[in-house]
Design a protein around this ligand. Structure first.
Ligand SMILES: [Zn+2]
Length: 257
C-alpha cells in the first residue's frame, strides 16, 4: 500500500530544486554569538535588525506585505499565508526581513517588537531570493520556511522547546518539532484548499536537512526533516486533530527521536 509518506518522499527524489547549497558567506563579518539552529535569544536578535526595521503583523492577510520580493501577487499570497499560519498555530509573531549576508537563513526569536506579538520571525532577504528562484511553487517553499519559524514561536509560547530540548547535545528535536508544526499547517491548509501543494513543504525542509549529526546545530537529516513534515501533515489531514492534540503528538514525536 502506498501511503502519503511514500508519495511525498518519492516526490523528493524526483523533483529538482532550483537552488543550491545554503551557505553564502562573504567578506562581511559574521555576527556573534552565532545561534544554533534558527532560534535567536532576545538579546542576540538585536544584531539582526535595528529599531527602524520594517516589522508587521499579519492578522487578516489583507495587510500590505513588506515589499521585498518585487512581485506584488507573491507579496499578497505570502501575507495571506502568514495570516493562515498564525490562525492555525494560534500564534501572532511580527515578521521582518533582514540582511542574511553571513549565511542564508531565517530565524525565530521571543523578542517582541510590536505590542501583543508573540515574538518575531526574521526572514533573510537572500534566502527569499534563493527560494523565489526555485522552479517548484517557490511561494509555497517560502511559506514552508515561515511555517517552520512560526512553529518555533509556538514552542516559545507554550514552553515546548524547553521540554523537548532538555539535555540534548543538538537542536535536532526542537527543529524537527518545528517541522512537525509546519507539516500540521500544511495539512490544515490542504483540507481548506485541496489543490494546496503540501508536498512542497516536505521537499523544502528535506533540502535544508544536514548530515552533521554531532554538530550542536544539527537540524535533522534530509530524510528526518521530510518525515517530520509528513507526520505533522498526517495529524491534520488524515486524523483531523485539533491544535492541542497536535501539540501532544508533536511532543511525543520529538521525545521519541
Ligand atoms: Zn528552526
Amino acid at each position: 500500500m502506498s501511503n502519503r509518506r511514500e508519495i511525498v518522499q518519492g516526490g523528493l527524489l524526483t523533483l529538482i530544486f532550483g537552488f543550491g547549497p545554503i551557505c553564502a558567506c562573504n567578506a562581511q563579518s559574521r555576527r556573534e554569538p552565532h545561534a544554533y539552529g534558527c532560534v535567536l535569544s532576545a538579546k542576540d536578535a538585536d544584531q539582526y535588525m535595528d529599531d527602524n526595521t520594517d516589522t508587521r503583523l499579519y492578522i487578516t492577510g489583507n495587510e500590505p506585505m513588506i515589499p521585498r520580493s518585487g512581485d506584488r501577487s507573491f507579496d499578497l499570497a505570502l501575507a495571506r499565508t502568514l495570516a493562515a499560519v498564525s490562525e492555525t498555530l494560534k500564534v501572532l509573531p511580527s515578521f521582518a526581513y533582514y540582511d542574511d549576508y553571513d549565511g542564508l537563513n531565517a530565524y525565530a526569536t521571543p523578542k517582541v517588537r510590536l505590542v501583543n506579538a508573540d515574538g518575531t520571525v526574521l526572514f533573510g532577504q537572500r534566502l527569499l531570493s534563493r527560494l523565489m528562484s526555485g522552479k517548484e511553487s517557490p511561494e509555497v517553499a517560502v511559506a514552508a520556511v515561515c511555517a517552520h519559524e512560526f512553529g518555533h514561536i509556538l514552542q516559545f509560547k507554550r514552553g515546548l522547546d524547553k521540554v523537548v530540548g532538555a539535555g540534548q547535545r543538538t537542536v535536532k528535536r526542537v527543529e524537527l518539532q518545528a517541522d512537525f508544526f509546519a507539516g500540521y499547517f500544511a495539512g490544515v491548509r490542504k483540507l481548506q484548499r485541496p489543490n494546496f501543494p503540501a508536498a512542497v513543504f516536505a521537499m523544502t525542509q528535506y533540502h535544508f536537512g544536514d548530515n552533521m549529526v554531532n554538530d550542536p546545530g544539527h537540524h535533522g537529516t534530509p530524510e528526518e526533516r521530510g518525515a517530520a513534515i509528513s507526520k505533522g501533515f498526517e495529524i491534520a489531514y488524515r486524523e483531523k486533530r485539533s491544535l492541542s492534540e497536535a501539540i501532544q503528538a508533536a511532543n511525543n514525536f520529538a521525545l521519541s527521536l
